[in-house]
Design a protein around this ligand. Structure first.
Ligand SMILES: Cc1cc2nc3c(=O)[nH]c(=O)nc-3n(C[C@H](O)[C@H](O)[C@H](O)COP(=O)(O)OP(=O)(O)OC[C@H]3O[C@@H](n4cnc5c(N)ncnc54)[C@H](O)[C@@H]3O)c2cc1C
Length: 383
């Protein structure tokens, strides 16, 4: 087959990993076109508080899905993978509460840890406890929120499931498809009761000695940013080309033969790996239907604030914690100005402690005004 020219628009991790798969499996000419002067997109790193390369976006990937692990192996970083210590996390609701044991992405899998948790009110616990008695909940609504509220009640949804899933995906889970979280959808579709299904699953995994104890997250020792650099190197070593500062602004189909014109240059195929809306606007002429669909995609912005707190100021109560989540109702509560332990800054969705004694990363929704000055945030954290 004649060599084909393929353009990949966008050099974030999606575009780079696609380009690498193409150079590995074909002899096509692969050209990655990136608008910015740097590669990596949302993945970036900078020096901070004496650390050379601190990830400023993603800092780990899920270790239980194979793709990222395979990529790190392929680009030679497999042996450098590290995982955070398996310490607990908490939820903030008028104070820190340990996340109850036995959850699957916030969904209760055990009744007892839920019953003894201080996170839920007695009313919330009683409501959750009737879950095994309820008839099957249809999944036709295709909303995580609707499903969990129907099975376990509002408190479990707001304080556990939305706090966890909503924080991971920066989303409102009442308007978020079950399909986006396949682990929840699979249990929801195949079982009447989630609690009973979880018990069955526990029994069978105990019998087969499952990998449930393997780490959830992993990252190369040099940070996720090093995965970008290594992937880019692997692409160019295999003959692909990456061009930065090349924003694609015009895409059309060539009438003869159906080839693509990307800013006047011909390609046999184009892979779009940029944000949905930006991609939609590129496709208005070539495929208006796809352009409309992409234009409708809703996204959310996230602001990440990283603080350095010296080890001697790190409060004892935060030792052994990897961080905490803030349910939406608590995100709107204001922070008392005078209290030593007032709570997270207004608008914060989560707070992670990537290094036990060093840094503290707040993920803040920019749609919610953060009125707390960062000096005060620091004081609250170390209070
Ligand atoms: C603060 C933060 C923390 C996160 N933490 C994690 C985490 O811990 N774990 C995890 O798995 N995920 C995390 N994520 C999500 C993860 O970072 C993103 O899902 C992922 O990086 C998206 O990669 P992408 O290649 O699809 O898109 P992007 O990274 O957005 O890349 C798209 C690229 O396309 C380029 N582009 C756009 N328009 C054009 C054009 N017209 N021409 C040429 N190029 C164009 C852009 O410049 C960009 O480089 C986090 C995200 C954020 C923001």
């Amino acid at each position: 087959m004649a060599q084909r020219r393929i353009a990949v628009v966008g050099a974030g991790i999606s575009g780079l990993s696609t380009a690498l798969a193409l150079v590995d499996t074909s002899d096509h000419e692969i050209v990655v076109l990136e608008a910015s002067s740097r590669i990596g997109g949302r993945i970036d790193a900078s020096s901070f508080a004496g650390v050379d390369c601190l990830d400023t976006g993603a800092d780990a990937f899920l270790a239980r899905v194979p793709e990222a692990l395979e990529l790190t192996e392929r680009v030679g970083l497999g042996s450098t993978l590290v995982s955070p210590e398996p310490v607990g996390a908490a939820v903030w609701n008028n104070g820190l509460h340990d996340i109850p044991d036995g959850l699957l992405l916030g969904l209760p899998g055990r009744a007892w840890p839920l019953a003894t948790s201080g996170l839920l009110s007695w009313k919330g616990k009683l409501r959750a406890a009737v879950e095994p008695l309820l008839p099957r909940t249809p999944t036709a609504d295709d909303s995580i929120g609707a499903f969990v509220r129907a099975r376990f009640g509002d408190e479990v949804h707001e304080r556990l499931v939305d706090a966890l899933v909503g924080s991971i995906y920066a989303t409102d889970t009442d308007n978020f498809s079950l399909a986006e979280v396949p682990q929840i959808r699979a249990i929801a579709e195949d079982n009447r009761s989630m609690l009973l299904a979880a018990r069955r699953q526990r029994r069978s995994t105990a019998e087969t000695e499952s990998a449930a104890t393997s780490p959830i997250f992993a990252a190369p020792r040099g940070g996720i940013g090093s995965l970008i650099d290594a992937t880019a190197r692997a692409i160019t070593d295999a003959g692909g080309e990456i061009r930065t500062a090349k924003p694609v602004s015009e895409v059309s189909r060539n009438d003869e033969g159906g080839r693509w014109l990307v800013d006047g240059r011909e390609f046999d195929a184009v892979i779009f790996a940029g944000p949905a809306k930006a991609t939609g606007s590129l496709l208005t002429e070539a495929t208006p239907e796809a352009a409309d669909l992409l234009g409708e995609a809703e996204t959310a912005d996230v602001i990440l604030v990283t603080l350095h707190i010296s080890a001697d100021q790190w409060p004892d109560r935060l030792h052994g914690l990897s961080g905490y989540l803030v349910p939406k109702p608590a995100q709107h509560r204001s922070v008392p100005r005078s209290g030593r332990i007032g709570g997270p800054p207004q608008g914060a969705r989560s707070c992670a402690f990537p290094s036990v004694e060093m840094a503290c990363r707040y993920s803040i929704s920019p749609t919610q005004k953060c009125s707390t000055p960062y000096s005060q945030i620091s004081a609250l954290t170390s209070g």
